[in-house]
Write a protein that binds this ligand. Structure first.
Ligand code: CP
Ligand code: NVA
Length: 326
């Protein structure tokens, strides 16, 4: 492979997303059957975490080990990066040891800088702009639940117009899934990103709306998705955010306003009693734990794609069709 497969945004996965979801599901079946599969033998992943992580760290490390490779956890606090070595110099050095870098950063500009100076793929493990690996896992979760199709479905996002929302906007547009977000004024996604998502949605036939009222968003939706009101880095605004998001909670009552059979999603960590109730988290009408598990399987597909290439589909590919993409 000559092309460097960075994953800085959801859009970097766009062209290959249908096959990546299918591949993630194949890798999931292999893991469940404990079938050894080690295409990444002798490959190394650097994982730089500027912020805490439970899911991203564990799932990337296990994904690498399961696929025969090795992952190394790096924290800027213990790296020279934290003492003033530049992102560019760090990128050049890590490129001499490793085969890919997963980076969880405060600033998307640092993510772009790292990718610019790395000769190896850089995978965004969350920054202030996007969280593409999360949304790949979430789309896998929906794809499984809906039998491999997003056609005729609608996802409602309730809450903050943050990194998760940005990747979700792009991911739903790419897959042709109708999308509505209920977001208070002042917390909406930036206009260029919405315009980018709308341009993609026009090509796949997905509908995209941003409203204020959570009940309006829930009505006619198959899934209600939420994320924290106070993201990592937003802690100074905690009080004002908690006030602004009152009423933007996924509850059993809000789920009842959605389509029959609707369920909740949350990328986690959750703040129970704020953006989502205990009752929903602990109930049956949710896909939250499947989402968390699918981080592992989706990231395996991404790592394989970025490092050695995705093997061709076992069955004949679908003929290119008009209208909505899967
Ligand atoms: N959802 C997610 O990225 O979780 P972590 O912060 O625990 O990695
Ligand atoms: N929006 C959240 C996601 C956590 C996985 C944050 O950035 O903290």
């Amino acid at each position: 492979m000559t092309e460097k497969h960075d994953v800085l945004s959801m859009t970097d996965l766009a062209a290959d997303l249908p096959r990546l979801l299918e591949r993630a599901s194949e890798l999931k079946a292999m893991r469940k059957a404990r079938t050894p599969y080690r295409p990444l033998e002798g490959r190394y992943l650097a994982m730089i975490f500027e912020k805490p992580s439970t899911r991203t760290r564990s799932s990337f490390e296990i994904a690498m080990t399961d696929l025969g490779g090795h992952a190394v956890y790096l924290s800027p606090k213990e790296m020279q990066l934290g003492r003033g070595e530049t992102v560019a110099d760090t990128a050049r050095v890590l490129s001499r040891y490793y085969d890919a870098i997963m980076y969880r950063a405060y600033r998307h500009t640092d993510m772009v800088e790292l990718a610019k100076w790395s000769s190896i793929p850089v995978i965004n493990g969350l920054d202030d702009a996007e969280h593409p690996c999360q949304i790949a896992a979430d789309l896998l979760t929906l794809w499984e639940r809906w039998g491999g199709s997003f056609r005729g479905r609608r996802l409602a996002y309730i809450g903050d117009g943050n990194n998760v929302l940005n990747s979700l906007l792009l991911g739903t547009a790419i897959t042709g899934l109708d999308f509505v977000a209920a977001i208070p004024e002042g917390y909406r996604p930036k206009a260029p990103l919405v315009a980018q998502a709308r341009a993609i949605a026009r090509t796949t036939g997905a509908r995209l709306e941003i409203v204020r009222d959570p009940r309006e968003a829930a009505k006619g939706s198959d899934v209600l998705y939420t994320d924290v009101w106070v993201s990592m880095g937003d802690e100074a605004e905690e009080a004002q955010r908690k006030a602004a998001f009152q009423g933007y909670q996924i509850s059993a009552e809000l789920l009842r306003a959605a389509r029959p059979g609707a369920f909740a999603m949350h990328d986690l960590p959750a703040h129970r009693g704020l953006e989502i109730t205990d009752e929903v988290m602990d109930g049956e009408s949710q896909a939250i734990w499947d989402q968390a598990e699918n981080r592992l399987h989706a990231q395996k597909a991404i790592l394989e794609w970025a490092l050695v290439g995705t093997p061709p589909a076992a069955r004949a590919p679908r003929p290119p069709g008009k209208g909505k993409a899967r």
